[in-house]
Design a protein around this ligand. Structure first.
Ligand code: TTP
Ligand code: MG
Length: 395
């Protein structure tokens, strides 16, 4: 009797275990299927140069670079693919570029035109998803997992985006489609220029192992040399190493390399909304009658502004300081000036200058900063124009 009972219990427990495993596996499988994402990475081809050639058809077919003047020890921002055949590339001195390719035409950059094209591209992207993460003026990730256009096909969406950009802007973009950011970026680079590469989930296992580690975003010259010295050239080589070993060699990036070698990248596409400026302002119960009265309010406002700035991460770099004044007749004036520091003395100077414009009692005072636009390449030089009255911006 005891024996029968124990057999029954055993059978029942075994059945329950099998049932549990089955249910768990199905739900896990379903979960992973539900998590399968569709990411598109778009990257314009020789972006600045393409805009210049578009706007000056005489340049078409010639080796063209955008960059600084040789006489001013300028550097190349980018060049077209004709120039790349001579070995010219970004960040190379213009002088060196000319030596490699004497017929190279170097034109100065026109950031306003690049920004305009960038904005137009983003408007096209936004027709497909709200989840657009711009990386620079000419590059963005799009998460189209939940997009219903093009019958939900990320490949068709990428093809359509490429066509629309070409028709609207007369430049070409390359696109990569994959289940994650890492592979989408590798894919967009795969058949540059003017290429579309798709890595569907079913292709990940054949695509990733032979992939050269130098294709991994974040593997620069130094890491590549270190990997090379360790005998690691491909993702398959990376897979031979334990996560422990890779972490010892490369710190936290080692763990990331381990994941990437299996084509795993869980990073979400984050639609970034970076602040362009921060300011504080106060409307006074009684108008401030004089400049001296306004100046007396600066320390308090400045402290509030500092408090706001302290809450931002270090990637925000101050580019300009500005003051805003609303006079008793409701006229408003803003005065701003380049300044990487935005010190309290800068605000005093700005206030003195701005006050003269109205020269009447003041209802409202505001202080603020504008930040370096990380997407623009025009802010490489941090200069201050305080004590230098040449360039002041009025609005
Ligand atoms: P990239 O997309 O890196 O380069 P690219 O678009 O010129 O060429 P491709 O994508 O076909 O390889 O950079 C976009 C723009 O950013 C580029 O056109 C110019 C600018 N840029 C610089 O100003 N300095 C640099 O060092 C780099 C890499 C780019
Ligand atoms: Mg590009």
């Amino acid at each position: 009797m005891w024996c029968d009972y124990s057999v029954l219990t055993f059978v029942r427990q075994s059945l329950l275990t099998v049932l549990f495993i089955t249910v768990f596996s199905y739900s896990y499988y379903g979960y992973t299927l539900a998590m399968q994402r569709k990411i598109i990475h778009i990257d314009a081809d020789c972006f600045f140069a393409a805009i210049e050639i578009r706007d000056d058809p005489c340049l078409s077919g010639l080796p063209v670079a955008v960059g600084g003047d040789i006489s001013r020890r300028g550097v190349i921002a980018t060049c077209n693919y004709e120039a790349r055949r001579f070995g010219v590339h970004s960040a190379m001195s213009s002088h060196h570029a000319k030596r490699l390719c004497p017929q190279l035409i170097i034109v100065p950059s026109r950031m306003a035109a690049y920004r305009e094209a960038s904005q137009a591209m983003r408007e096209i992207f936004s027709d497909y998803t709200d989840l657009v993460e711009p990386l620079s003026l000419d590059e963005a990730y799009l998460d189209v997992s939940d997009s219903s256009g093009c019958q939900g096909s990320a490949t068709l969406m990428a093809a359509e985006i490429r066509l629309r950009v070409e028709q609207a802007l007369r430049i070409t973009v390359s696109a990569g489609v994959a289940p994650n950011k890492f592979l989408a970026k590798v894919a967009s680079d795969w058949q540059k220029p003017n290429g579309l590469t798709v890595i569907p989930p079913s292709r990940v296992e054949t695509f990733v192992p032979p992939l050269a580690v130098t294709r991994i975003h974040g593997v620069g010259k130094v890491t590549a040399q270190k990997l090379h010295r360790a005998g690691i050239e491909t993702c398959a080589d990376l897979r031979q190493r334990s996560i422990f070993e890779l972490t010892q060699l490369f710190g936290t990036f080692g763990a990331r390399l381990y994941d990437l070698s299996y084509g795993v990248d869980e990073r979400a596409v984050v639609a970034s909304r970076r602040r362009k400026s921060v300011s504080v302002e106060h409307t006074y119960g009684e108008d401030l009658p004089s400049l001296a009265a306004c100046l007396a309010k600066i320390p308090e406002l400045y402290e509030q502004l500092q408090g706001r700035l302290d809450n931002l991460d270090e990637s925000y770099r101050v580019n300009k300081a500005f003051v805003k004044i609303k006079f008793s007749d409701f006229s408003t004036t803003t005065l701003e000036r380049l300044s990487p520091k935005a010190l309290i003395c800068h605000y005093r100077e700005l206030l003195k200058e701005a006050f003269v414009r109205g020269a009447r009692p003041v209802r409202l005072l505001g202080l603020g900063v504008r930040f370096v636009n990380l997407e623009s390449n025009s802010n490489f030089f941090q200069l201050s124009l305080f004590n230098d009255n040449e360039k002041t911006y009025h609005t």
